[in-house]
Design a binder for this molecule. Structure first.
Ligand SMILES: *Cc1c(COP(=O)(O)O)cnc(C)c1O
Length: 409
């Protein structure tokens, strides 16, 4: 059986609506958002759906996270606490703002960072906490927000995988100070590339708006380029597609949740496989469907488990990103600006402890990556697809389990 995939039309809800709005843009002759209407309509609609006063569109999820950090405006050598299990698009912007990523360990089951792990990482140089709601599962925000309040440190929520995921009845992205989203090909809604950023705070909004557009003070009595900033403006072509996608995204979330919960039902009694939880308190939106495989019980690693699923046409990503972010060359060897290794050793850190990434501080992360098997998920999956996936996972699990038992006798 061939499953729908988000890399092409089998698994993307793109069609008439996008074409109609794109035609409008082309015929208008205005492809730039400053003079056009599509991006404006899109961000207005997005802000309304999230119940926030401000939303801005940018060129990618990475750009949205960079913009969020630039709005917070850390000094060189300041520290940003985040998770080692995320897209590099959530980490590179920290270094681009000359701040240092400091990693907190994750819960080995949800793969999200926890307040317990963040607390000890706070120093007088911590300027923000970036929380990723991985795979669409909300992180446990109450205790994280308590730390944020106690130390007066803003929280950026990376919601690139978590459109309309809810934590205690609130949409993630509206709990911290800034919410960031991606419109890349594989996300819940897409324009190929693109991003969105939301906030309730007027001061942050001002810096966000300026950073996206070279910090030129449009509409001010005496405009100038107020500070160092880039051009992250979305085009009207992306805006048109985004506006059409916006009308669909809630339904996409609903369809993904329905079939994901079906899979949970089918697999719930399978020994050795822990399933992602979705509760009323924490609504999972299933960007992916991560399985936690008890590799000891099956006597096999997730790479082998995944290979046997692939023989049955079921693709999965064992170990998700393979290794924690701090083991990637860019961070491990501090390959940043020329040969400088800035900001790790910038002058303002002369009297500070050197930042070293020690694998022994991350038992949750290492355990999580060893056991996670990430199934792609899609709004076009049907009950038949789910049955097929469930049956094959159960058969593969049974195969390894009986092999292990035979070894024992
Ligand atoms: C996709 C993603 C990003 C980066 O978004 P791009 O649009 O690819 O730049 C950042 N963080 C997370 C958690 C993501 O899933």
């Amino acid at each position: 059986m061939k499953l729908p995939a988000d890399s092409n039309a089998t698994g993307r809800d793109l069609g008439r609506e996008e074409i109609a709005l794109l035609k409008e843009v082309i015929e208008s002759g205005t492809l730039n958002a400053t003079k056009g209407t599509m991006v404006k309509r899109f961000v207005k609609g997005f802000a309304e759906m999230y119940g926030v006063p401000f939303a801005h569109a940018v060129t990618s999820g990475t750009a949205s996270l960079h913009t969020a950090l630039a709005a917070i405006n850390p000094d060189p050598g300041d520290e940003i606490i985040t998770t080692p299990i995320t897209d590099m698009g959530g980490i590179a912007p920290i270094l681009y703002q000359n701040a240092i990523p400091v990693f907190a360990d994750v819960d080995p089951v949800t793969l999200n960072i926890t307040a317990e792990a963040i607390g000890p990482k706070i120093t007088k140089r911590t300027k923000a906490i970036m929380v990723v709601h991985l795979f669409g599962k909300p992180a446990d925000m109450d205790p994280i927000m308590a730390i944020s309040k106690e130390h007066n440190i803003p929280v950026i929520e990376d919601c690139c995988q978590a459109y309309f995921a809810q934590y205690k009845g609130k949409n993630v992205g509206t709990i911290g100070d800034i919410g960031c989203f991606s419109l890349q090909q594989g996300k819940h809604m897409t324009t190929g590339e693109g991003g969105i950023i939301i906030t309730k705070d007027p001061e942050l909004e001002r810096r966000i708006r300026l950073f996206i557009d070279k910090a030129w003070g449009y509409g001010d009595p005496k405009p100038d380029h107020y500070f160092l900033a880039l051009n992250y403006r979305m085009t009207e072509l992306q805006g048109a597609a985004a506006l059409a996608q916006l009308a669909k995204v809630k339904n996409v979330v609903k369809r993904r949740r329905e079939t994901a919960l079906m899979l949970t039902e089918r697999l719930k009694d399978t020994p050795g496989i822990a399933l992602p939880e979705s509760t009323r308190k924490s609504v999972h939106v299933f960007w992916k469907y991560p399985l936690i495989v008890d590799t000891g019980l099956f006597g096999v690693d997730v790479v082998r488990f995944s290979a046997m699923l692939k023989e049955r046409d079921i693709f999965s990503a064992p170990r998700y990103i393979q290794k924690p972010a701090f083991m990637c060359e860019v961070l491990r060897d501090k390959r940043t600006y020329g040969k400088s290794r800035c900001p790790y050793n910038c002058p303002s850190r002369k009297n500070e402890k050197e930042i070293v990434y020690d694998i022994d501080e991350y038992p949750g992360t290492m355990k999580a990556l060893e056991r996670v098997l990430v199934l792609p998920w899609n709004e076009f999956y049907t009950g038949e697809h789910v049955d097929y996936i469930a049956e094959n996972i159960k058969e593969v699990a049974k195969f390894y389990l009986s092999r292990k038992e035979k070894e024992r006798v």
